[in-house]
Design a protein. Structure first.
Length: 388
């Protein structure tokens, strides 16, 4: 029998299976039937900003060959990203420490390979974004799960970290986080960043939901707190450019050359065409803020109406566009619950086991970044499904 590698053992990212099931259900619906309410995936219902698409059209019409760029991306895009950190956070980030990547998904393997060795423990809150653990496992590293709950806003606390013995080699922090949408207050974020730096724990800060916050907690970037952290961000969420596969890293000085060499060999460069769009996306704030306003309205409606429909145990949704719902009073099998919700109510949701293998059987995640009309229709369908 032929050998298979460690990567062949990576578990599935279950939300992708839910997407496939929802697509199959939609294809089977009779003509004229109400459609599927897509609440399973964190993909904005809008596309790339109009200005970004127009910039690409102009470049193509001008005959730009769109060839390879430097491994870290177009200098002009990296300079725009550096200016973004100065303008938004008051943080001075040298352009040399910024790497343009194939989305956040392409950034994580680069960061993990450069910062950690096989066997290293990397801590993260549970529930968590599944590819954190799956990528680490595929690379031979060890995810170390910190069970979090509403008492810590589904985020790790300094006390949890100080209790770890031995210390992990790394910590992944996400604020806002997926799936709970909660954020760390700035003073708690800063305390954790200081602890990591003082204890030789590499902080990897996932900031892909920055820009998608609702005024309850202020955004904090690790780039302004510690010189040793890795920051991961993306144009997929706030900038609504999921399929363009474009993101970035802010790197500490000691990881700049290692990540550059890895990027050269693994990816060569991020797509040139996507980099052109991304640079212009920063000039499309009015359109992007309109998207945020729609998410804000959908969030408010769902937080008001879902409890009336029977889902009354929802995490504080400080940011991102997710609701983490405790359905333990309804089921102890979130996979079957979500399967039936799709089959009987045409609402696609993601079972919590994707985000928390130990406790996720009594949770599900609902995404509210789809069309407003669909989000408004969801509580009624869920109420009927639950017999309300």
């Amino acid at each position: 029998m032929l050998k298979t590698g460690r990567g062949a053992e990576a578990p599935p990212f279950l939300v992708m299976d839910v997407i496939a099931a929802a697509n199959a259900r939609a294809a089977a619906l009779p003509p004229g039937a109400p459609g599927i309410l897509r609440m399973e995936v964190g993909q904005p219902g809008t596309g790339a900003p109009r200005g970004a698409a127009q910039a690409v059209a102009r470049a193509l019409e001008a005959g730009d060959p769109m060839g390879y760029t430097e491994a870290f991306g177009l200098r002009s895009l990296r300079e725009r990203l550096a200016r973004h950190y100065a303008e938004r956070y008051g943080a001075a980030v040298p352009v040399e420490r910024i790497a343009v990547t194939l989305g956040a998904s392409g950034a994580f393997p680069l960061a993990f390979l450069a910062a950690f060795d096989p066997g290293d423990a990397v801590a993260m809150a549970a529930p968590f974004y599944p590819p954190y653990a799956n990528i680490l496992t595929a690379l031979g590293m060890r995810p170390q799960l910190l069970e979090c709950g509403p008492e810590t806003r589904w985020q790790p606390s300094l006390a949890m970290l100080e209790a770890l013995d031995p210390r992990p080699e790394g910590l992944i922090l996400a604020s806002p986080c997926n799936p709970a949408g909660t954020m760390l207050p700035p003073e708690e974020f800063a305390a954790i960043a200081r602890w990591c730096h003082a204890n030789g724990v590499r902080l990897v800060s996932d900031e892909i939901y920055h820009g998608l916050t609702y005024g309850t907690v202020a955004e904090t970037t690790a780039a302004g707190l510690t010189p040793s952290a890795v920051v991961v961000n993306s144009f997929s969420k706030y900038f609504s450019m999921t399929g363009w596969r474009i993101g970035w890293l802010v790197l500490p000085e000691d990881l700049v050359r290692p990540v550059e060499c890895l990027a050269q060999n693994l990816f060569i460069s991020a797509p040139h065409v996507s980099q052109v769009a991304a640079e212009t996306a920063f000039d499309c704030r009015a359109e992007l803020e309109e998207n945020l306003a729609r998410y804000r309205r959908s969030r408010a409606l769902l937080l008001r109406e879902l409890p009336r429909a029977g889902l009354d145990r929802i995490a504080a949704a400080d940011g991102a566009f997710y609701l983490w719902a405790d359905i333990g009073h309804l089921t102890n099998d979130s996979v079957e619950f979500c399967r039936r919700l799709l089959a009987e109510a045409d609402v696609a949701a993601t079972p919590g086991v994707d985000f928390d293998p130990a406790r996720g059987a009594r949770f599900m995640r609902l995404s509210y970044c789809g069309p407003e009309a669909d989000m408004a229709a969801a509580p009624g369908r869920i109420a009927r499904f639950l017999g309300r």
